[in-house]
Design a binder for this molecule. Structure first.
Ligand code: ZN
Length: 313
């Protein structure tokens, strides 16, 4: 066994029914990875178990946890989480440390992913960036001058809840027509299913008969040249681009990074996002902004959480 004196760091992404854990070296290289599905009623025990299991790959100095909710980094409390059981709002930070003896850092999942891209992905070399994570929900995070900018309330960057259609569908946040009601993973699947009822020629039609149709299926079939899937991806991209244009006009930010399963469609999604953003923003603002896909893929939140744990240690 190598006797490595450099400490390792763990990062865990908590989603509604699954968790992904990674171990990174002090240099930021991923050296172990583990996925689990879990019972939400035992949230703390499941996170603690995963962290302990990750420690079997070598001593861990601290653990970062990316959570789909609003986290106050000063008090380490989860303030709001629509994706997690209410137990997440108890003092999970001190309970995790008690259960494992390890040091934990909690962070909003989009903030963690943004930090990961900034340090080790598509944000390297940028001073300021806006990260948009398109998954079960749509999260966003802003890094200014190397630091997460969370705003007066801690909610800054919530681009998923920017209104893009005042007559649109009701959102989990209570508003209507938010970007999330069109472009989150479940809403892309919902829109695809609604249209597939009228279009049986698509290669998605057979997949849509199953419960498990996902955004990755739509992205993959688009890449394989299915016209219906390409159209769904294009429309989704234009909605995202509409919100991105507002961010460009508002912040004139150096780099906008897009992550999440839908980005597996590559240029098929990125190009309509860029085109719509160009159409709807001031030309000098648009030209100063680079719009790119995230580079850390499905590990993004976990790697970012581990890097946060490393950098506060
Ligand atoms: Zn909303």
């Amino acid at each position: 066994m190598p006797n490595n004196s450099e400490p390792n760091f763990a990062g865990i992404e908590v989603a509604s029914n699954t968790m992904r854990g990674v171990v990174i070296s002090a240099a930021g290289d991923v050296i172990a990875r583990r996925d689990i599905s879990y019972q939400p009623e035992n949230l703390i025990g499941e996170i603690a178990g995963l962290a302990t299991g990750l420690g079997e790959a070598g001593a861990i100095k601290s653990v970062g946890v990316g959570i789909p909710g609003l986290v106050n980094r000063e008090t380490d409390r989860v303030l709001i989480s629509t994706g997690l059981p209410s137990a997440a709002r108890d003092d999970i930070h001190s309970e995790l440390m008690k259960a494992t003896g390890l040091r934990f850092e909690l962070e909003n999942d989009a903030n963690a992913a943004a930090y990961g891209e900034y340090k080790a992905g598509a944000g390297r070399g940028a001073r300021d960036l806006f990260y948009i994570g398109i998954g079960e929900a749509i999260g966003g995070a802003i890094i200014l001058d190397g630091k997460l900018w969370i705003g007066a309330s801690g909610c800054a960057g919530e681009i998923g809840h920017v209104t893009i259609n005042t007559d649109g569908a009701e959102c989990v946040c209570g508003n209507t027509g938010c970007l999330e009601t069109v472009a989150s993973g479940p809403n892309i699947v919902r829109r695809a299913r609604e249209r597939l009822d009228r279009d049986s020629t698509s290669s998605l039609s057979r997949l849509a008969l199953q419960e498990s149709l996902t955004t990755s299926d739509v992205a993959r079939e688009a890449t394989n040249g299915d016209d219906f899937s390409v159209m769904m991806i294009e429309r989704t991209g234009r909605s995202i681009g509409t919100a991105v244009a507002s961010m460009i006009n508002l912040l004139s930010i150096e780099r906008i990074i897009l992550g999440g399963a839908i980005m597996e469609a590559g240029d098929l999604i990125l190009n309509p996002i860029i085109e719509e953003a160009r159409r709807r923003s001031f030309q000098p603002c648009f030209e100063a902004t680079k719009i790119v896909a995230a580079e850390l893929g499905a590990d993004g939140v976990a790697i970012g959480a581990a890097l946060l744990a490393r950098d506060v240690a």
